[in-house]
Ligand binder design. Structure first.
Ligand SMILES: NC(=O)c1ccc[n+]([C@@H]2O[C@H](COP(=O)([O-])OP(=O)(O)OC[C@H]3O[C@@H](n4cnc5c(N)ncnc54)[C@H](O)[C@@H]3O)[C@@H](O)[C@H]2O)c1
Length: 381
């Protein structure tokens, strides 16, 4: 169950709205700030999609949603939040401005997560003059309400305790936190994705394949393998009975052959942009972005559900987590239902006795980032 009482989302675009959806669907109140006059409509669209996906995961009903409030300023949004997720556009100057404001107005104990795809937390937390030690990168994957992974990265000023609390917070809303051991640009996920994307752009630019053919080559083959075992375990199996050592002996030397153009970046001129965009339009066969989003969500739920039945019913990989997450949400939903039933039953009873006072709700676990007692170089580097 969640350990957050109230969350704040700063930025409500593709990613910010995804965070809002995950938090609200876990029953957590969220206060959001986004200066875009269209923000509430856009967040509403994402919420619609997220509810639709969660209904497939939870045929017995969804938990009671948290309350969403639109704040007029960052100060108002973060005032009483114990977890804040920043998802503004990927520009260091903007991240600095927004994080400085969050830091000035947020409660001292609140954890601040940044959704940045690749900026190092050390470079962002310099703007936080009060409590830079509570900033972590919490890098999610789109759609945030369905994909469970969040990469957690600490900067030079981040306290180890902040990373631990962040892990607990993200896990409490059904996510799989993985702490990146050393701070580098683009972390792990985007470093891999960027390498693959760069190569894909070359393949299309050089006329080797179209965008549709490239996607087919991926989704009918190694894409399916990656979703369930990742890269290294798949290669271990591909090595046959001799496993990983044999695989490396056979394919390791190929890395030195001129198979890839990995380090060269194709120039994003009009010609390349037109080529990719036109082929992408053809590939969509008239489906709108919203329609494609729904197809993507249905497929993701179906894949996670299928994986949740594997491994003798214990679930495998993302499927094992999916099983736990849907169980957790179903419990939360049952609370809502039993609450409603009890209330109805009470209302139906003749008013003979005074109703028993309700038990006070358990307070959510306070999020605390304790400063280390000694100055002993305990800060994460
Ligand atoms: N799109 C992805 O697939 C993806 C995945 C993981 C992480 N990210 C990261 O998430 C962050 C947001 O990316 P996105 O794709 O959601 O961008 P986006 O352009 O869809 O959304 C950004 C939102 O921030 C709002 N904004 C602008 N200035 C603001 C301010 N001063 N205060 C509050 N809100 C403000 C904008 O109005 C917009 O709604 C970036 O750091 C990005 O690198 C993106």
């Amino acid at each position: 169950m969640s350990i957050i009482n109230k969350a704040a989302a700063i930025g409500g675009g593709v990613i910010g709205a995804g965070w809002v959806a995950r938090l609200l669907l876990n029953g957590i109140d969220v206060s959001i700030f986004d200066p875009d006059p269209e923000a509430s409509r856009k967040v509403g669209e994402v919420m619609k999609g997220a509810r639709r996906a969660y209904k497939q995961m939870l045929p017995g009903g969804l938990p009671k949603e948290g309350k969403l409030t639109y704040a007029k300023t960052i100060a108002e949004a973060v005032a009483d939040a114990d977890f804040i997720q920043e998802s503004v556009p990927e520009r260091l100057d903007l991240k600095h401005k927004v994080l400085a404001e969050i830091d000035t107005h947020a409660p001292a104990n609140a954890i601040v997560g940044s959704s940045t795809s690749g900026i190092k937390p050390t470079d962002m937390q310099v703007a936080m003059k009060k409590h830079p030690e509570r900033l972590v990168v919490g890098h999610p994957f789109n759609p945030v309400y369905l994909l469970p992974l969040v990469e957690i990265v600490g900067g030079q000023q981040t306290f180890p305790e902040a990373i631990e609390v962040a892990k607990e917070i993200y896990a409490s809303i059904g996510m799989k936190p993985v702490v990146v051991r050393k701070e580098i640009e683009a972390f792990v996920g985007d470093r891999l994705l960027e390498a693959a994307w760069r190569e894909a752009l070359w393949l299309v630019k050089d006329g080797i394949c179209t965008v549709e053919e490239l996607d087919d080559i991926m989704r009918y083959s190694f894409g399916l393998r990656w979703a369930q075992m990742g890269m290294f375990q798949v290669y271990r199996v591909a090595g046959g009975e001799a496993g990983m050592r044999h695989f490396m002996a056979q394919f390791g030397p190929c890395l030195k052959w001129p198979w890839t153009k990995l380090m060269d970046v194709p120039e994003f001129n009009d010609e390349l942009v037109d080529l990719i965009a036109t082929q992408s339009d053809e590939q969509a066969h008239g489906l709108s972005i919203r329609e494609l989003e729904r197809i993507r969500d249905d497929n993701l739920v179906a894949i996670m559900e299928a994986l949740s039945k594997q491994n003798k019913g214990k679930g495998w990989g993302a499927g094992a987590l999916h099983k736990d997450y849907t169980r957790q949400l179903a419990k939360l939903a049952a609370k809502k239902v039993s609450g409603k039933v009890t209330a109805k039953a009470e209302a139906a009873k003749p008013a003979k006795k005074a109703a028993k006072p309700e038990k006070a709700a358990k307070p959510a676990k306070a999020v605390k980032v304790e400063k280390p007692k000694k100055k002993s170089g305990k800060k994460k580097g």
